[in-house]
Design a protein. Sequence first.
Length: 279
Amino acid sequence: MTTGATDRNGATAPTGVRPSAIRARAAGFLADTRSIAGRAIRAIPREPEAIVPALVVPVFFFAVNIGSLQKLAERGPVTDFKAFQLPVAIIFAVTGISRASALVTDIQDGYFDRLLMTPIRRLSLLLGLMVADFALVIALSIPVIVLGFAVGVRFESGPLGVLLFLLLAGGWGLAFTGFPYAIALKTGNPAAVNSSFILFFPFAFLTTSFLPRQALTGWLASIAGYNPVTYLLEGMRSLILTGWQAGALLKAAGCILGVGVVSMTLAFTALRGRLRAGA
């Protein structure tokens, strides 16, 4: 019986394979996170039904809102309704986009439990999915921004402002993903995960979606003042309408951070609970 050569570590290579050609799989937290993220990203093109609505719905509302409300809004405090609405379309495109449904599928078919039998870092199980989410959120934002350019929107803050605009959108999309992941890990129920978008409705409509805050009155003005999306929209709009405004941008970043702390705490607490249940 012919055996292969032995490398310097004592491992036996198959016949015809040089020992130097054998490489162990990269190990470590970053390698585990990259592996999970890569699998999640490769799965995205196979699930267009989860992605297409996330792009079609905001584009549809952007076009309808401009067509129906532009003349009315520009008679009041809004000078450029197209620019005013672009951040709203972006927020609708990126909020709730996550691999939480895929995570539920992994839990139900046992793949998640099989991963727990490997030496993979446990935090990577969730962080890898979030890396894929961030990449997807950025990818969804770009066509909406291109549409904005096509209808005449211009950024007063220039190309760097466009980049920061994308990062704010990606940061918000990532911050919100903690909620569907928490539901997925806690329940393992696809219906519960699909309904998690309902959490966004108070954020989306009790805010400055159609008019600036100074034009709101009564209870809506009060609620909008506590809604983090109000400050996110103001920061994103400042990049388009007025240029670099440090105060507005810092408030937007602070709101993303605040929502992210809450949602990620829920998500990683649910992950620990799932790991204890599977131990």
